[in-house]
Design a protein around this ligand. Structure first.
Ligand code: ATP
Ligand code: MG
Length: 567
């Protein structure tokens, strides 16, 4: 492709609306343009990078036994009513009516449609296992679309669905997808980590997210510095707290006046103690009745863990009046000592010595609170959000928290959809059974953006070769100069004939701006043709990430470039 023909509207300035570097660079490098909040058009360079990701995914899905299908983006409400998700999916589901007043939505995901397809065609265990996938746009009316392709409303996804005859089969399918995903992100040359994940609204029994490690990621992941354990922070388990040794001696319980001091910050400042010495008492309303939960002042309750521990659907912070009723004091002074409510505690509370808690009395706290002398929770459990330095649940090692971009997500769904929607088959004994399902997603546009987050410098993108929209950039310094033009055209033909994807910068522009654009769009290999080197029959070959160029005889440039592309 010639730069004089390429539709490449680059930008000089960093667009104000773009907060993260991938979004900035995609706009500046003429890859994408915004149409509406979270809705983007792909321009030629952007689309070529996207197609590279899609092709890698396709090859690995096919290798894992997948078959590609293409399902409609518009989905009828009836299917979502069958699965029970029409009412509960929430505002991300964009609903609308057709001219006959029938309800439809724009597909945010395709479990319903695929389950419907398969239930009509699959009758026998002989037709299983089945792995179907598609690469298609989804629509989710995200509350905060941002970061360009990273969190769009209309966005590209590869979604795959597996159907197996039994649990063991479903687990094999899951494992195959886990391996396929690892290969995909390796082939994209991303630094990533699979982490244990929450199953969220889609439901199911186990799941992993594939996280690309990047400071700008919206997700936090917890990983052990000593063993292989890694999990999304929403999910991450924490090992038992260690007792300080030697343990501080217990001091006598005492009530102190804390007028108007309600928050952890206020109380710890007022009493001159560390937040970690405080015992926070959080009161919840659940369908099982009120529950009080204790967490250390510097810790954060993980509502997902609490919900799972209790096995409840309703979990709401208690109202002001309920707090008063339970504690006899206004909000901010609740404490475990003498509290008449079901009491749970995070495991770190077990080793708090001479702690501080509310006194269940207006403007008062207790100091030197100790377990089990002063209070006895019904259970200690892992109920808090994992934080830097927490002990690993598997090996006791130290956990670290880092940021990541979720590019892929795999779920074992079980029979949630097949049971709700009647996707059954006849097993070998002729019994009717629900298929056991899995679903597996990769954000294609998000993967492109994640690759840029990990591969750029102050001048622009540094494409990993497998994702690069073009592999080679030929840059004659002055196209008016006959020898340069001829050498450039010759190399362009030669490399293109070898099957390489080549850009030829045939623009009559200042060299500075050509180098600038070449760096901005980040093509992995640049061949520069200038008078001085050409006199010696040479061209300059430079890898985008390298500091220096190498001089290569013109006749050897083709071979050298191929080596660099394949290496
Ligand atoms: P998130 O927590 O980031 O909203 P999700 O859990 O809703 O993601 P899934 O339903 O598992 O996402 O979708 C599969 C994949 O689709 C995700 O791993 C992600 O790569 C991609 N994806 C999800 N939402 C978006 C979005 N708004 N924009 C771009 N890609 C997305
Ligand atoms: Mg989401």
């Amino acid at each position: 492709m010639r730069l004089t023909r390429l539709y490449l509207p680059t930008l000089k300035e960093v667009p104000a609306e773009a907060e993260v570097v991938s979004h900035q660079l995609m706009l500046r490098a003429g890859m994408i343009r915004k149409l509406a909040a979270g809705v983007y058009s792909y321009l030629p360079l952007g689309l070529r990078a996207l197609r590279k990701v899609e092709q890698i995914i396709r090859e690995e899905m096919d290798r894992a036994g997948g078959q590609e299908v293409f399902l409609p983006g518009v989905q009828p409400a009836e299917l979502w009513e069958e699965s029970g998700r029409w009412a509960v999916f929430g505002k991300e589901l964009l609903k609308f009516k057709d001219r006959h007043d029938r309800d439809f939505c724009l597909g945010p995901t395709h479990e319903e449609v695929i389950t419907d397809l398969v239930r009509h065609e699959v009758r026998s265990y002989r037709q299983l296992p089945l792995l179907l996938y598609q690469i298609q746009n989804k629509f989710r009316d995200e509350v905060r679309p941002r970061f360009g392709l990273m969190r769009g409303r209309e966005f590209g996804m590869k979604d795959a669905y597996s159907f197996d005859a039994d649990d063991a089969g479903a687990e094999r399918s899951y494992q195959q997808m886990y391996e396929a995903y690892s290969r995909i992100f390796e082939r994209c040359r991303l630094r990533f980590r699979p982490v244990e994940a929450e199953t969220g609204a889609i439901g199911g029994s186990f799941s992993h997210e594939f996280m690309v490690l990047a400071e700008t990621g919206e997700d936090s992941l917890v990983s052990c510095t000593a063993c292989a354990y890694a999990a999304n922070v929403e999910r991450a388990e924490i090992g038992p707290a260690r007792q300080a040794s030697p343990a501080e001696p217990e001091r006598p319980l005492e009530k102190v006046a804390t007028p108007g001091m309600k928050t952890v910050e206020e109380v710890s400042r007022f009493l001159g103690v560390e937040p970690r010495a405080l015992i926070k008492t959080l009161l919840f309303e659940t369908e099982q009745g009120p529950v009080a939960v204790l967490v250390r002042g510097d810790h954060q309750l993980n509502e997902g863990k609490l919900r799972r521990h209790l096995g409840c659907d309703l979990l709401a912070l208690a109202s002001e009046s309920m707090v008063e009723e339970l504690t006899g004091a206004p909000m901010g002074f609740a404490g475990p000592v003498g509290l008449k409510a079901r009491l749970l505690a995070d495991q770190a509370i077990r080793v708090v010595r001479n702690g501080v808690s509310g006194a269940n009395e207006r403007d008062a706290h207790l100091v030197h609170v100790n377990h089990p002398r002063d209070f006895q929770p019904a259970t200690f459990a892992d109920l808090r959000v994992a934080a830097e330095g927490d002990p690993c649940a598997r090996c006791g090692g130290e956990q670290r928290v880092s940021r990541g971009i979720e590019v892929g997500h795999i779920f074992k769904l079980g029979t949630k959809y097949s049971e709700a929607m009647g996707a059954t088959f006849l097993d070998e004994a002729g019994r009717e059974r629900p298929m056991v399902m899995g679903c597996y997603g990769i954000g294609t546009g998000r993967t492109v953006a994640a690759a840029i987050e990990q591969n750029h410098d102050e001048h622009g993108i540094i494409w990993p070769v497998p994702l690069a929209p073009y592999q080679v950039y030929i840059l004659p310094i002055n196209v008016k100069q006959g020898a340069q033009r001829e050498a450039a055209e010759g190399l362009y033909r030669e490399l293109t004939d070898q099957g390489l994807e080549v850009l030829l910068d045939d623009r009559d522009e200042r060299p500075g701006s050509k180098f600038h654009d070449a760096d901005l769009i980040g093509i992995p290999i640049r061949i520069t043709l200038g008078d001085r080197a050409l006199k010696g029959g040479r061209a300059e070959v430079k890898r985008r990430e390298a500091a220096a160029a190498e001089e290569v005889p013109l006749a050897e440039v083709g071979a050298r470039v191929l080596e660099l592309v394949r290496g």
